[in-house]
Ligand binder design. Sequence first.
Ligand SMILES: *Cc1c(COP(=O)(O)O)cnc(C)c1O
Length: 434
Amino acid sequence: MHHFRYTGPNLHCESVDLAEVARLYGTPTYVYSAATMADNYTRLALGLTGLDVQLCYAMKANSNIAVLRHFANLGAAFDLVSGGELRRVLVAGADVKRSVFAGVGKTEAEIKLALENEIFSFHVESEPELARLNHVAGKLGVKAPIAIRINPDVDAHTHAKITTGKSDNKFGIPLKFAAAAYEAASKYPNLQLKGVQMHIGSQLTEVGPFVEAVEKVAPFAAELKAKYGITYFSIGGGIGIVYKDALASGAAAWWDAQPAGSRPLTPEAYGAALVPLLKPLGLKILLEPGRFMVGNAGVLLARVEHLKRGAGKNFLIVDAAMNDLVRPAMYESYHEIVPLQRDTSRRALVADVVGPICESGDCFAKDRSLQEVGEGELLAFMSAGAYGYAMASRYNTRSMAAEVLVKGSAFELINARESFEQIVAGEKIPAFLK
Ligand SMILES: *Cc1c(COP(=O)(O)O)cnc(C)c1O
C-alpha cells in the first residue's frame, strides 16, 4: 500500500499535487512519500513481532541522506556495501554501530573505515576476505565482528540478474563448505564470530523460497550458536513489490480483491511464515530489505516532449531516459506509467514510451496503452523509489535528476538537479594537448 492517488483529476503524493512539484522543480524529478516508507517499515516490523529484530535497510536501493535520516528516525539501521555508503550513514547522522557491511570486494581502506566507526558486523563472502579482515583488524588492534554469508542454493524464481542464492553465482559460501569456513575463521586471532547471513535474491513475490532457505540454514545457525556462541542470523532482503498494478495497489481494496493463491507477498505473510521457523533459534534476527522499503514510495516525473505518430507505431518521447531509470533497459522491468492529470474523456493511446538517448535500449515500455497525452503534459513512472536514482548515470551528459521528499502537505527538494558545471568539474585538458 502507498500514498499516491488521484484527488479529482490530479495525481497526488500524500496531500501534494505532483504537477505542483514538477512546476517548481522541473522534470525529470524523483518524488518520494515519507508516509509510505514509514508504513512499509512499520508493517514489516509488526509482521515479525515475537522476534528480536534488527532491521537494516539495504541503502543501495535509495541512499539519499534524507531517506536515510527518515529510516534512522523510525529506528532502522543500515546494510551498506561500500565506504561511500558508510560515509552517507555518518552524514545522515545515523547509526553505524548497528549497521552491517556486505559485498564481495571490500577494500582495506573500507574495512578500516568500518572498524574505526565500530560497525556492528561484516558479512563475509569468501575465505580470502577472512584473512584480509583479520589483517586490518590486527593493525588497528581490534577484533573484526563477522558473519559468513551462506549460499543456500535455492531458486528465488526472479530475474537472473537479481538471483543471488543459487550455487552458480558469485555470492556466499555453499552450505556444505560453511562449517569449514567457520572453523577457519575461528582460528584467526582478530576475528569475532558474531553471526551467520544469507540473501537469496531480489523482487521475490512468494514466500516459498524464503521458507526453503531458512529451513536449510536454520539448523546450521543453531550449530554455530552452540559451538561459537554466535548471536544473530541475518536472513537478508529480497521482498518484492507490485510493479504491474502499481497505482491500484496503493489501496487495501486491491489486495483484498487478489485471489489468495496469487496475492503478491505481504510483510504480514512473510512474518507469519518465518517467525515460527526463526523464534526457536533464540537468536537476534537481522533483516536487510531494500526494494520493499522504498520501491512503492517513489515515482519519477517526466514531461512529454513529442508524440510521434509512425506507420503502425506511435512513440511517446519523454524527457526522462535510461540514464535516469535504467531498470527497464537493464532488467526488462515493467513500470506503470500514468498521467498526472487524468481525463477519462480522452481516447487511449498505444505507444512505445521512450527517452531521448541514442540507443534503442532507451525504451521504458513497448506498445503501452495509456491515456492520450501530448507535448508538455506530465507523466509519472510508478514504483521508482528503489534502484531508480541510485542506479542513475550521466550518460549523454544528462544531469542527475532532482529528488523531492513529501510528508503530508509539506515537500522539499532533497537533492537539487545537477548543473552542467558539476558534471564537468573534475575534468581537465592535459598539458600535452594544449
Ligand atoms: C541488495 C541486497 C539486499 C537488498 O535487496 P532487496 O531486494 O532490495 O531487498 C539485501 N542484502 C544483500 C546482501 C544485498 O546484496
